[in-house]
Design a protein around this ligand. Structure first.
Ligand code: ADP
Ligand code: MG
Length: 494
């Protein structure tokens, strides 16, 4: 039967099956030079300006392992709780394609840099699931073949080797995920871990993070895994989710029709949302792996690993948990604040200096995030320093400013970069809490409105708002509303 003509299964049929998903993530490490040679690998430079004899595979050129790439590989491994192997081995993975002039890719095969890791991922129902990580190994990136965009593109393809030899960490998960949602959550978590570890910006648009999804389905209750298809190079998390969902429905339809899923590599088309067969799955033996004779085994001593571990920043999940336990913020707040290390640092400084973590959390996520967003700025570019925001919150906390005034002052601070005190001083924005001053204003208002006073005393206490409004009008909104309320109630009582 022609598998291509089987329509994908409906949700009800899909629900009889359980998907099994394993992900292979490639992360480009942000080293200054390539993994085995001295060229840079910055994104966006003119084609073929970042090559050298090693990248070009010129006869006699020998690879030299980049120490920084190994260090970042170790950092990445530690961020995903992998065990570092004291000894790992580079291997040649042989294949012929113009994006790799040597005719083989230097990778790691049976002895990878690190193994046996995990990541805990948060699911929409509030639960947490641990996803196993099989291994992390180092390898070199390939160049890019360009098939479109030139006048003679119908006859020729072009090759850009700027990316060839860039260091990659390939992270292979266990087949532990059971839905596209779990796969999405895993990718989100891994990206954050790698960013926090400082090994990559993980910008998918620049190809710094790439993902292949392995998908199979089995009838619910069945133990044996089904045959998997591997979906290649899907370039956003959202597309990975879509590709997996399509693939699940496709495989279910194939099985329901009585046919078998074939093991193959498939490509996702982000215009149609469909996957289509690219080639039958190659097996490891097709690559003729053998140990790379030009590189000695990579040895990572315990001391080296420890010195790298000591310089690791706090990981996102630990940070979130600490923000909750140390500052008493909610899980939700901790999650938002710990989205980046910079935001979390900023929050911690504000919380400590202001002495009010709850208020700090609200302002960092509320006013500050809003203003930064509107100005197109990141938190490190904030015109208001953490210390300066803390001072504003102190003035709010001690009643010098009402929350309305604090917001006004905040906007002026953001605009001018001036401190809260400078702005209050210059604009006379202080909240009036001084009872003496307020009392005389209130006396005047009561005297000028005898009718309303009578109404109040007759039992219509709802008219209190009228008096508050009058006080605010006279003080240009600067009266402390709480003090005004107290004074008015006392005076009106007779
Ligand atoms: P291969 O030898 O085909 O590359 P691996 O065993 O190396 O397969 O696994 C590659 C990826 O596929 C891993 O992420 C793994 O978790 C996942 N995987 C393996 N078997 C299955 C399966 N039956 N269904 C879904 N994913 C799978
Ligand atoms: Mg494999």
């Amino acid at each position: 039967m022609d598998l291509a003509v089987i329509p994908i299964a409906d949700p009800e049929t899909v629900a009889k099956y359980e998907p099994v998903i394993g992900l292979e993530v490639h992360c480009q490490l942000k080293t200054k030079t390539k993994i085995f040679s001295p060229s840079s690998h910055e994104f966006g430079n003119p084609a073929n300006t970042q090559t050298d004899p090693v990248v070009l595979g010129l006869p006699g050129a020998l690879p030299v392992l980049n120490r920084e790439a190994v260090e970042q590989g170790v950092r990445a491994s530690l961020a995903i709780h992998c065990k570092i192997n004291r000894r790992s081995v580079f291997a040649r993975k042989n294949y012929f394609y113009p994006d790799l002039p040597k005719g083989y890719q230097i990778s790691q095969y049976d002895e990878p840099l690190a193994e046996h890791g995990w990541l805990d991922v948060d699911l929409e129902d509030g639960s947490t699931k641990r996803i196993g990580i099989t291994r992390l190994h180092l390898e070199e990136d390939a160049g890019k073949t360009i098939h479109d965009g030139f006048r003679d593109s119908d006859q020729y393809s072009y090759v850009d080797l700027n990316r060839a030899g860039a260091p990659l960490a390939e992270i292979v998960s266990e087949p532990d995920m059971r839905s596209s949602e779990e796969a999405f959550a895993y990718l989100t978590e891994i990206k954050q871990a790698l960013q926090f570890a400082g090994v990559s910006d993980c910008d998918m648009e620049k190809g710094q993070l790439r993902c292949d999804a392995n998908v199979s389905v089995r009838l619910k209750g069945e133990e044996k895994f089904g045959v998997k298809a591997e979906i290649k190079n899907v370039n956003s998390f959202r597309f990975v989710k879509m590709a997996i969902e399509y693939e699940i429905a496709r495989q279910v339809a194939v099985l329901e029709s009585g046919a078998l899923v074939v093991q193959e590599t498939r490509l996702f088309n982000n215009t149609t949302g469909e996957t289509s067969s690219m080639r039958s799955k190659e097996e490891a033996h097709d690559y003729r792996y053998f140990p790379e004779p030009d590189l000695p085994p990579l040895l990572v001593s315990e001391e080296w690993e420890r010195s790298i571990a000591d310089s690791m920043p706090e990981l996102p999940r630990n940070k979130r948990e600490r923000l909750v336990s140390e500052y008493g913020v909610s899980d939700y707040d901790a999650r938002v604040l710990a989205l980046s290390a910079e935001t979390a640092d900023y929050f911690e400084t504000v919380a400590k200096a202001s002495g009010d973590a709850k208020m700090a959390a609200n302002w960092v996520q509320g006013e500050l995030a809003g203003a930064l967003n509107a100005a197109g700025k990141t938190i490190t570019e904030s015109p208001i320093s953490a210390e300066s925001l803390a001072r504003l919150l102190k003035l709010l906390g001690d009643g010098t400013l009402s929350s309305k005034l604090a917001k006004e002052v905040f906007a002026k601070m953001f605009e001018s970069g001036k401190s809260a005190d400078e702005i209050i001083e210059a604009e006379g924005l202080k909240q009036i809490s001084d009872t003496g001053a307020l009392e005389s204003i209130i006396d005047g208002i009561l005297a000028a409105n005898p009718k309303q006073v009578e109404t109040y005393r007759g039992g219509k206490v709802g008219i209190l708002g009228f008096f508050v409004g009058q006080v605010m009008k006279q003080t240009k909104g600067q009266a402390n509303p709480q003090v005004v309320n107290e004074l008015l109630t006392k005076k009106l009582a007779g």
